[in-house]
Design a protein around this ligand. Sequence first.
Ligand SMILES: CC(C)(COP(=O)(O)OP(=O)(O)OC[C@H]1O[C@@H](n2cnc3c(N)ncnc32)[C@H](O)[C@@H]1OP(=O)(O)O)[C@@H](O)C(=O)NCCC(=O)NCCS
Length: 182
Amino acid sequence: MPGTPQGDLVRLVDVTPSDADLLDSLHATQAGGFNDLGQDRRRLPPEAWVDGRLRREERGEFFVERRADRRIVGTISYHAVSYGPNPKSKAWMIGIDLVPEGRGQGLGTEAQRLLADWLFQTTEVNRVEASTDVDNSAETRSLEKAGFRREGVNRGAQFRAGAYHDLVLFARLRSDPDEGGG
Ligand SMILES: CC(C)(COP(=O)(O)OP(=O)(O)OC[C@H]1O[C@@H](n2cnc3c(N)ncnc32)[C@H](O)[C@@H]1OP(=O)(O)O)[C@@H](O)C(=O)NCCC(=O)NCCS
């Protein structure tokens, strides 16, 4: 997968082993938020890295850099999900988390649009999806603006903060017309 995407507002930047402290500090800001699933936040294992970047076959992660001041304001990731045993039934699920100072400026919307575009350009999947809590109005709006379509609700799908939560599923298909305008 060559190069990384760049838009008007943000650039997606590869994470390298020397960025491990920054990555840890960004993950720490997720505490108590929609992305805090009690997951293990210890250092990544050696096998997470491919050629010094977080780009394995089935998952990857970038920093979101705000172009105006070149500050890293968050992370955006993708991992493979499968709708069948054949390779063509593979899709990508994306996830994003911006630090509070990076939110509400259109950065997350552009980052999600860029990542989906890039995944369609550099891989053969037909579908890029994203899922978020039904109460996460910022992310549902951001995904709509990034060209994703709302598909439905997965009831009781995610265990977070001591309870099961409903998630709303969004997706973009390779054949979807360019929509959203974000
Ligand atoms: C969700 C997130 C990625 C959105 O990115 P963002 O850069 O903040 O969003 P944008 O500035 O592009 O705004 C997108 C839309 O959401 C709206 N929005 C922003 N914050 C909102 C809020 N708290 N409540 C309702 N709508 C909100 C904006 O008004 C905008 O819509 P509009 O243009 O129609 O006004 C970002 O806020 C974030 O990382 N939040 C914390 C982590 C998170 O929730 N990640 C997703 C978990 S699945």
